[in-house]
Design a protein around this ligand. Sequence first.
Ligand SMILES: *Cc1c(COP(=O)(O)O)cnc(C)c1O
Length: 386
Amino acid sequence: MYTHHSLLLTPGPTPIPQRIQAAMNLPMVGHRSPDFEHIAEEAFRSLKSIFGSQHDVMILTSSGTSALEASMLNIVNPDDHIVVIVSGAFGNRFKQIAETYYQHVHVLQVEWGKALDVNEVISTIEALDVPITAVFTQYCETSTAVLHPVAELGHALKALDDQIYFVVDGVSCIGAVDVNLERDAIDVLVSGSQKALMLPPGIAFVAYNDRALARFKAVTTPRFYLDLAKHHASLEAHSTPYTPNVSTFRGVVEYGHMVEEEGFEHVIQRHYLIRDAVRAALQRLDLDLLVEDAYASPTVTAFIPKDEAELKHIKNTLKSQFNITIAGGQGKLKGHILRVGHMGFISPFDLLPFVAALEVILTQYRQQSYIGTGTKAFLEVVHHEL
Ligand SMILES: *Cc1c(COP(=O)(O)O)cnc(C)c1O
């Protein structure tokens, strides 16, 4: 047996570039010092273009879920009615947060693996016949690998009622998609560090428009660490209300440099190219895709082995024989799908060992030769761009 380099292909955490790692290893500085203020100022600012925000992006020292929670507590008052779209495990998380704090939570279920239907969301809200303060959805529902049409929904919501706040969880796609708060009618857009932003886990991001910022200052729902009005006041002073993860802030600054060098448009194109190549390869290997082309996420792909035994064999052998880590399904998709992440610090070639390993595994397991088939399909998609 050979020793293989480890290849982390989960939809978070993701591989971290050496440059970011090195920046994070610089000597510690005091967080109440001009040294840190320079770091914070650049970190807040460098995320604006990634989030498509006119304002500096807030950074919380806590995981992505804290930003989901903050986006609710700072927009929704105790007696408000809200709509939570649940299209997978992370939609369920939004629902759980909502039900922890609020009485009037209207849940709109979307079949797992399908994209939300904008007309259906709108007619459901109309049928509720109560004023809805906010609508919450994932952008990429990581558990199903669906990228929802959030811009379309944003505009439809504002056309229905321009007072509705539209809150989007972009934890698993921001950094890999073309998004713009104003253009896409999004009021609050949150994310986390360990997915397409190729940073370690542990910090979270909140982008917002003017209207959302005013609301952060006005809501009465109790909150302390996650009071975004407080975080914003600190941000304006190039600081944070409590001790930040200084090292990861440095990582954000280096991330900004790397994106600037590659060009953000190219970063996005690279993710879509890898997505298309991975999907072509999986299909050639007789592995069905969970999500239709139109809504396939550029950051993660879900595929369906023939049965649960084959699924387990693929996942375990990738790890034990090839040192490649992918993810299983979550919730009701556990035992039904596998998910391969391809976001952040990833080039098309990084997926070739995964595809080649699948060829070997399936050739042995199914007693049918797949050698050269998946990699061929993969390279047929990417070779024009290399
Ligand atoms: C990973 C993820 C989260 C949760 O982030 P944590 O950092 O684990 O708290 C939330 N939403 C989506 C869509 C995710 O992919």
